[in-house]
Design a protein around this ligand. Structure first.
Ligand code: MF3
Ligand code: CO
Length: 246
């Protein structure tokens, strides 16, 4: 069932999203060559605690950390640990915040120091794909209109969209209906209505779209080892432009 939020609920998600935005900005700033992914997680934990919010991912289906840090060929669900970030890495940071009964979920990808042209382009195209998708998030459109727009944008830049993982509704649960794929579907899927709250999250690769799961049973890699980037916003559908929470 797709849940439509009341204006009061949207307001709470806006506040929660504001906190998430701040946290992501702080973390983004700390991602540099030499930092371990565990330290990034510890930083998130500290900032989350200071603000009195809860990290949405920790314990979600047993996920062991507060943040996902996915590097290079890792698409999503990179588990923080001893790995150290290196110059030239493509690092995706994905974070969810639970505040007053509602989740918001967002991700950014950054290049560490000097990155090669292909990495920089992958990051820019993925960011652009999210912005392009948001142009179609509007009451009356179909979920598939958003999906199709993202795919078209990505493929015309020569990259590929991951198909095995999708965006989703977000709210009282981290993952609500509907799924929001990043491919195909123009004029299909559920109709967007005012008050729906969605996490739109293109995951893009510089090679093939197929993925595989690491031995830790979480981390998603590109099957061919190509680079991947990920951007995510949590938004509310309106009759005009979407309201971006984070
Ligand atoms: N943004 C991701 C998602 O929406 C993060 C989930 S990680 C998990 O699926 F650990 F919570 F599963
Ligand atoms: Co998400």
């Amino acid at each position: 069932m797709i849940v439509v939020k009341s204006p009061e609920e949207i307001e709470v998600m806006r506040e929660g999203g504001g906190i998430l935005r701040e946290l992501l900005a702080i973390v983004k700033n700390e991602v540099r060559a030499g930092i371990s992914t565990r330290l990034i997680d510890e930083l998130v934990e500290e900032e989350v605690r200071r603000r009195g919010v809860i990290a949405s991912f920790k314990g979600y289906h047993g996920y062991p950390a507060s943040v996902c840090v996915s590097i290079n060929d890792e698409v999503v669900h990179g588990i923080p640990g001893s790995r150290v970030v290196m110059e030239g890495d493509v690092v995706s940071i994905d974070l969810g915040v639970y505040y007053k009964g509602f989740h918001t979920d967002a991700a950014v990808t950054v290049g560490v120091g000097q990155v090669d042209d292909r990495s920089a382009s992958l990051i820019e195209v993925t960011r652009g794909a999210l912005e392009e998708g948001l142009k179609y998030v509007r009451a009356g459109n179909y979920v598939g209109d958003v999906s199709q727009a993202i795919q078209k944008y990505v493929e015309s830049a020569g990259f590929a969209v991951v198909r095995e993982y999708t965006g989703h509704g977000v709210g009282r649960a981290l993952h609500e209906e509907p799924q929001v794929p990043n491919f195909e579907g123009e004029g299909r899927g559920p109709r967007l209505r005012r008050g729906m709250t969605l996490a739109i999250e293109p995951m893009v690769t510089a090679g093939d779209w197929r993925t595989k799961i690491a031995n830790n049973a979480w981390t998603v890699h590109t099957a061919d080892g190509s680079l991947s980037a990920h951007f995510e916003h949590s938004v509310a559908v309106t009759d005009g432009e979407p309201l971006v929470f984070a």
